[in-house]
Design a protein around this ligand. Structure first.
Ligand code: AHR
Length: 651
């Protein structure tokens, strides 16, 4: 068969139209018209659990170490290189020449659980005026800000008197931003001694280092060197700017500390809570072998409980159940692990005279923490010993703490569990936005008897559509969240994952909050969560959406009260994942006349589906609020393509 030039070009045109229609899922009708009918009459609707939306903090992507935990020193106890000495002291570096200083690790710390210390031999008789010593770059640079104060604590021993300069510098050998001298007589420092100084910065740099230098010949041992800003959140050691971002989400709960982090690739590298409590300088730290970095465990079990309390969220503690990614404890010998979990609950809830409660009290929190939820493992349901191990944990915890809600790793959304549980953990990470969006219906048919669902991890992932956090991914998640609200008689808790990423260590993409040493921004997924932050405890209203494109548009309506002025208002959320604008007719029954001047429309959208926020343009995709024109009980609203729209209407 042969084609003329003209017919070839019209075939090509037709082909292009078909291809672009497939790519952009277009319809003959470019602008859809849909109708949303909402029943807001008195007594209609049902309460959304006040636990529905929370957050999940995992030690992944340097979220805690070098992130939320404000400690500036990386590998503060020289433990990261292992216990076979001499060991690697990375990322510490030496200040001075080979002929003036020798540095090596030794196993002679005063701390029993972390024996590695650093020995410094200062060889120079006439050292340079800058001195010799060591320098630490923190986690991709320390953020030192003019006027801010920093507490430096270190443990030191010396042969001969000590005179050591502690300073923050712009870079190794660079401008001094703050400094102070630590001094001790030969007698004072002949045994390990804790020294402390406060540095006040007189200049700023987000890429600073901490240096410890001396000009005196001699032998010095150093260990557990910490530098903390004084202005942490509630003085509890959390980086304030990052906590502020999570507070804005009004999370009902904080699940922590993992994720795979609590499992470990090998069981010997799983997170164990007992190694993460007590005085920070005595904690052994550990190498998290799933996300592949060392943690000093500054952000430990206590700090997770404290953070939850500080942000007004319920703690959800996930512990290891004797199962890692590659090895498992047999159920016949699981009892010590069960005891470890019971001890952990006692640490959180026991009286200040109980064995583990007294340790908590000694850390400054005599009152029990409000721990009511525990997760038995993470994503372990299919493992050989999960069922047996789970039952051992379940019965022991149920007996000792009948009010604690116990969360199973096994999915009960389709078939009933083979074991008792209060909640079941559900994770979903699709890499197709339409799939994520259609997950809105995943719980529609789940039987309502049996344990409730905790969607503790959800996100669109993948390099095609989610990347480092796209608008498309966020809108697909918004559709999913509308489905969770709709099914919130069964889904009682949900959290996005992961929460944080240090931009210098992207182990997992995308994430809700991106940060570096001195800044942070929310990805579009963060802003979607922000736009759902009022749902906890609201009234879910019956509504019907009539649309020609149910795979692209979903909506929900909730009724809530403004806590300040006690006014009732209606919040309507519409997620549109299609490439077409939707002309939405809204009809509201039983709401009374709305106050048009106060009504607002908030839209999260952007020019392109794959647009992202970044450090250079952190607010490219953020909710934009405007007055809702022609607001009323019957109204027409334009819903842009690929968007989440929130309408707030006041009585
Ligand atoms: O959120 C990142 C990881 O995804 C979690 O550690 C794990 O639970 C899941 O596989």
């Amino acid at each position: 068969m042969t084609f003329s030039k003209a017919s070839c070009s019209s075939i090509l045109r037709l082909y292009l139209i078909i291809v672009s229609c497939i790519a952009f899922q277009c319809n003959a009708d470019h602008n859809h018209t849909s109708t949303l009918v909402i029943d807001a009459s008195d007594g209609s609707g049902r309460p959304i659990p006040n636990t529905l939306f929370g957050i999940f903090f995992e030690e992944i992507n340097h979220a805690g170490t070098g992130g939320l935990w404000a400690e500036l020193v990386n590998n503060r106890g020289f433990e990261a290189g292992g216990t076979k000495v001499p060991s690697n002291i990375d990322p510490w570096t030496i200040v001075g020449t080979e002929s003036s200083i020798v540095v090596q690790t030794e196993l002679n710390s005063c701390f029993e659980r972390n024996k590695v210390a650093l020995r410094i031999d200062v060889l120079c008789d006439y050292c340079s005026s800058d001195g010799v010593g060591i320098s630490n770059p923190g986690f991709w640079g320390m953020n030192i800000v003019e006027g801010r104060k920093y507490k430096v604590v270190l443990f030191v021993r010396s042969i001969g008197p000590l005179n050591m300069k502690v300073s923050f510098r712009k870079a190794a050998g660079g401008q001094i931003l703050a400094s102070s001298n630590i001094k001790g007589s030969a007698l004072e420092v002949s045994k390990w001694k804790r020294m402390e100084t406060t540095l006040v910065a007189h200049a700023s740099s987000s890429n600073s280092v901490l240096t410890l230098t001396t000009t005196q010949k001699g032998k010095i041992w150093l260990d557990q060197i910490s530098a903390m800003p004084l202005d942490t959140f509630k003085g509890h050691g959390f980086r304030s700017d990052l906590v502020d971002m999570i507070v804005q989400l009004k999370p009902a709960f904080l699940r922590f500390p993992g994720g795979c982090f609590i499992e470990g690739h090998r069981l010997k590298n799983a997170f164990r809570w007992k190694d993460s409590v007590g005085p920070w300088e005595q904690r052994p730290g550990h190498f998290g072998d799933v996300w592949n970095y060392w943690t000093d465990n500054g952000f430990g079990y206590f700090e997770g409980l404290q953070l939850a309390e500080d942000i007004g969220a319920r703690p959800v503690w996930v512990f290891n159940n004797g199962i890692s990614h590659t090895d498992e404890v047999d159920t016949r010998v699981i009892a010590p692990f069960v005891q470890e979990a019971l001890d952990g609950i006692e640490f959180a809830r026991g009286t200040s005279t109980s064995k583990w409660g007294s340790l908590r009290a000694s850390m400054g929190h005599p009152q029990p923490f409000d721990l009511k939820y525990v997760g038995v493992g993470n994503e372990d349901c299919e493992k050989l010993n999960y069922h047996g191990n789970y039952l051992a944990f379940y019965y022991a915890i149920r007996q000792a703490y009948p009010d604690i809600q116990i969360i199973s790793n096994c999915d009960a959304s389709v078939r009933p569990l083979a074991h008792p549980a209060d909640l079941y953990d559900y994770h979903t990470y699709p890499n197709d936005a339409r799939h994520m969006f259609s997950n809105a219906h995943v719980f529609d048919k789940t039987p309502r008897h049996g344990p409730k669902a905790f969607v503790s991890e959800y996100a669109l992932v993948g390099d095609n559509q989610a990347r480092h956090g796209t608008l498309l991914g966020a809108v697909s998640e918004a559709g999913f969240l509308i489905g969770l609200e709709t099914n919130s008689d069964h889904v009682v808790m949900a959290s996005y994952a992961p929460l944080f990423v240090n931009a210098n260590d992207r182990k997992w993409n995308p994430d809700a909050i991106v940060f570096n040493s001195n800044g942070a921004y929310g990805t579009p997924s963060y802003w979607v969560q922000y736009m759902f932050r009022e749902s906890n405890g609201a009234t879910f209203l019956n509504s019907q959406l009539q649309t020609t494109d149910p795979n692209s548009v979903v909506a929900s309506a909730i009724l809530l009260q403004n806590p300040q002025n006690k006014k009732t208002y209606l919040k309507i959320k519409i997620a549109n994942i299609g490439n077409n604008q939707v002309n939405l007719k809204i009809s509201i029954k039983g709401f009374g006349s709305s106050n048009p001047s106060e009504s607002t429309k908030t839209i999260l959208t952007s020019e392109h589906a794959l647009d992202e926020n970044s450090f250079s343009n952190p607010k490219k995709i953020t909710p934009q609020q405007s007055q809702l024109q022609s607001s009323g009980n019957e109204m027409n609203v334009i819903i842009p393509p690929i968007s989440l729209t929130v309408l707030d209407m006041f009585r």
